[in-house]
Ligand binder design. Sequence first.
Ligand code: AMP
Ligand code: ZN
Length: 664
Amino acid sequence: MNTKAIIESLRTELREHNYNYYVLDQPSIDDFEFDMKLKQLQDLEEKHPEFYDANSPTLRVGGEITKNFDTIAHRYRMYSLDNSYSKEDLLDWEKRIEKVIDGAVEFVCELKYDGASISLTYENGNLLRAVTRGDGSQGDDVTANIKTIRSVPLQLQGDFPKSFDIRGEIVLPYEGFRKMNEERLAAGEELYRNPRNTASGSLKLQDSAEVAKRPLECLLYNITGDRLGFETQFESLEKARRMGFKVPEASKLAKSVDEVLAFVDYWDEHRHDLPYETDGVVIKVNNLQQQEELGYTSKAPRWAMAYKFKAEQVSTRLNEITYQVGRTGAITPVANLEPVELAGTTVKRASLHNADQIEKLDIREGDEVFVEKGGEIIPKIISVDLSKRPEDSEPTQYITHCPECGSKLVRQEGDAKHYCMNYNGCKPQIIGRIQHFISRKAMDIEGLGGETVALLVNEGLISNYSDLYDLKKEDVLPLERMAEKSAENLIKGIESSKEIPFERVLFAIGIRFVGETVAKKLAKHYKTIDALAAASVEELISVDEIGERIAQSVVDFFESTENRVYIEKLKKHGLQLEISAEKLANQTNRLDGGTFVISGVFETLSRTELKKLIEDNGGKVSSSISSKTNYLVAGANMGPSKRAKAETLNVPIISEQDVLDILK
Ligand code: AMP
Ligand code: ZN
């Protein structure tokens, strides 16, 4: 076989395995073998950019960075749904339908998946674009991120309409959500609140490689377009399945409202056995002709109705309110409950959020409270059963001092939360900050975990992250569960973290509001920690995308004598506190402010290299052409639609060589 044929056969094979695994849940190859084949394909594609394919299975691992998501108008509007809560509501709806439609009406019942809605556009069987719902008329182009979701087919199978949109929901199954939070916990990071918000947040991550790591799924439920070749909704679901989409099996034809209600009752009880969240049932008129006759209101189709499940509630006793101190010093009140069964799990604790919440609901220790589990993993208290309030009950006095270190709490104007300001003397804050420092996205210190950090602090061996670098094997050996080998690994891990690049060190030192992306920006702009430390609020604000809040926080951080001591110590130990010379040599501001779109195959550089070159020199690379695009860098085999769009919008088309020339 020639190279092209090998590449193509690998792509086909990997596509099939992906489909079996992620859509059918029936793996047909073991993980290792899959990874080897993927690796083989990656290598070949790298060596042979001329065989580039925008829908190759290798793109599932992501890597494309989107700084600003382009706004795209939906070809067909994405509507919301009307809600119903009772049999009466449904019967009323049926009556309204009967006024318009002569003859029998059949319904399709589907589950209402709770995630983030998405619209996928396919042309000639290839995924062209994925756009969020946005305001219904236009949304954000999140194609690069969606391509990493394994259950989204990049190329369709069998028979398919030439051009259509398919709508569905991006969801995060419970299992994956739990795993993500376990990692957060281990890294000492704040936990994700619920699968829905985490799913929708994932769509707007700038780094698609990050999205690729999240176990998201895409469940489809509606095909939109012209000349689709089917007459009913039920048929369309079956068709979508055959094209390779993941369409849940739990859908049913119903001839009457009673049959609809039977479906609702069944799933109200069994929905907890599903791997992902559902918050109701969607009922649709099955016949597409009838759907068309019924039409739309300004916000929703008249041919569909959501039926919301009731959130489950129980009542139980609130035994005690305790207070937790986070890494930033934020105080979170926690309700400790008499254990009770709710939606299939035993609930012992509920979050009370903040002082206002306690006051608003007048929640007191000893109260009988109603607890509800909605989308949130941590249940919440809805109300107090006042009829059961003990006579000697007293209003809750919110704490005034830190439960861990005793210092006075502060609540700033506009903040819902109280904070312990004892930055350098409050144990959970100290431990939390060091846990953040060593976490995977920060210094990624191998051989050191969150619990060991707590142990090291409690044993008085370290009191801030810079102390880690003074540790010797003999210091840690006496610790609980520490053996010769693990002690060695720990010291080795700390040593190798000295190679971690500046931008990650900057993220690791825990300046409030400076997350990964901001750290990258600051590192790139200031290049050394000394330059950053010397910057004023005004200077910082002038940096692209740095606002007042971040600027002030950076200045505050470097004003602290302690922080300056820690940084000096990190410097002394040889950590990377400036951008490496090599990186610096390749970076300029020549392309500052320019937005580029690259398309096609290039001669001297791979697409990734070209992209990196543009970004390193201050330019932005976005995935689709809009009026904001400054240049389209065109290689061989560029799609005609891109060229046409560039021409309509008067976007200059330049070559790879032109880019290299500008940078000379
Ligand atoms: P709402 O956001 O409450 O107006 O409900 C409308 C949303 O429900 C739609 O935008 C979809 O994202 C979502 N949805 C989930 N499952 C389905 C389904 N089976 N059919 C239609 N919409 C659904
Ligand atoms: Zn404290």
